[in-house]
Design a protein around this ligand. Structure first.
Ligand code: UD1
Ligand code: UDP
Length: 368
């Protein structure tokens, strides 16, 4: 019996790790322990409830206005105790959050192997995304097993000198999650509100977009909705009070822009699938939208997900008011361009990434 300890703490990690936890729980030769750091609170609970998963531990570290240092200190301190108690054979972390970095560091200090799910994504720009580029590179430095979503991610790892025998191209578990959530008959009051209009779905939360870039994005969208009366915007606002403050100031009085609480993942995936266009600085949404065939304007200057851009479904819109406005208007008025971007492509796998990862965990040689 192998003991696999899965640790995560924010909404996107949870969405991508829950399908893997469900698969681990199915296997007879694996004991799966789930530890939440609680870097997020409500937004993490929403995901656990959607997937009906009960954690074994919750470190419950979230504080209002938490700093990167406080997250790192609280996770390493508390997770170290869990590791000493549980003695797992391997710890699985996900992606690029401070939870992933701190948890991987704790495991590394205790010489417990780390498996990195969604390994090898890079912009090679430490400021964008900040601090995620540091987090994912640091996690890869201490990992023994790499689950790269694509060949491009694998190439990054190889270029950095990671051993090929430790790298597996598995796809991304986010596509596994989509298989469980999208429902053609899904309906609710916000979708009813948007019926008959072209729905723009907006999310923004990146630390480097707080302040001026976010103000620019909001101003651009106000202009768009003033000029295009058939457009409505739904904006599930992240719980971060800094975002809520700017959003209220710039969008509080905007017509046809509706700010709502973060949606549970089931609702959000269905909103995505009904949208005309998605505007986002999120990482996960850049992976989900291509498979749904919905065009995305990426509200950033860099992306570690070039696959969707190459496939023509994602377009970089930057964070200047002009660039965002022009990008949206072009997709509202140029039907050919819109059609060209509305292609369903699947660079992130076939939705069977979780069983693939678990098969590797069972068979391969990380075993002591
Ligand atoms: C974190 C991750 C980021 C990821 C994002 C997903 C780091 C450094 N950042 O950023 O990579 O893209 O999650 O959303 O790891 N809050 C609540 N309730 C919640 C969640 C957040 O109140 O359920 C508020 C708290 O005031 C918290 C603040 O939001 O202090 C910021 O949360 P934090 O996890 O520090 O940063 P994110 O921007 O969410
Ligand atoms: N998401 C959600 N509810 C929302 C907004 C997003 O469930 O109101 C999902 C989305 O489908 C994706 C993930 O959250 O799977 C992305 O999380 P986020 O943008 O917070 O983080 P990132 O992916 O940028 O790290």
């Amino acid at each position: 019996m192998r003991k696999v300890l899965v640790v995560f703490g924010t909404r996107p990690e949870a969405i991508k790790m829950c399908p893997l936890v469900l698969e681990l729980q199915k296997r007879k030769n694996i004991e799966c322990v789930v530890c939440l750091t609680g870097q997020h609170r409500e937004m993490l609970r929403q995901v656990m409830e959607a997937f009906h998963i009960k954690e074994d531990y919750n470190l419950d570290i979230m504080k209002q206005g938490q700093s990167l240092s406080s997250i790192t200190v609280d996770v390493t301190g508390r997770f170290d105790q869990i590791l000493r108690k549980e003695h797992p054979d391997i710890v699985l972390v996900h992606g690029d959050t401070t939870t992933s970095f701190a948890a991987a560091l704790s495991a590394f200090y205790l010489q417990i192997p780390v498996g990195h799910v969604e390994a090898g994504l890079r912009t090679y720009n430490m400021e964008s995304p900040f601090p995620e580029e540091f987090n994912r590179q640091a996690v890869d430095m201490v990992s023994s097993l790499y689950f790269a979503p694509t060949e491009a991610a694998k190439d990054n790892l190889l270029r950095e000198g990671k051993k090929e025998e430790n790298i597996y191209v598995t796809g991304n578990t986010v596509i596994d999650a989509l298989k469980l959530t999208v429902d053609r008959n899904y309906q609710d009051e916000h979708l009813k509100w948007a019926k008959g209009s072209r729905l723009l779905l907006l999310t923004t939360h990146r630390r480097e977009n707080l302040g001026k870039p976010m103000e620019n994005i909001f101003k651009a969208l106000c202009r768009v909705t003033e000029e295009y009366k058939d457009v409505k915007v739904l904006f599930p606002v992240h719980k971060n009070p800094k975002i809520r403050e700017i959003a209220e100031e710039y969008l509080g009085k905007a017509e046809r822009i509706r700010m709502i609480e973060p949606l549970d993942v089931l609702a959000f995936h269905n909103y995505m699938s009904r949208s005309y266009l998605i505007l986002t600085d999120s990482g996960g949404i850049q992976e989900e939208a291509p498979s749904l065939g919905i065009p995305v304007l990426v509200l950033r200057d860099t992306t570690e997900r070039p696959e969707g851009v190459e496939a023509g479904v994602l377009q970089m819109a930057g964070t200047e008011e002009k660039s965002v406005y022009r990008s949206v208007v072009s997709l509202l008025s140029d039907k050919d361009k819109y059609q060209e971007m509305s292609r369903s492509v699947n660079p992130y796998g076939d939705g069977n990434t979780s069983p693939r990862i678990v098969d590797i965990l069972v068979k391969e040689k990380w075993r002591k």
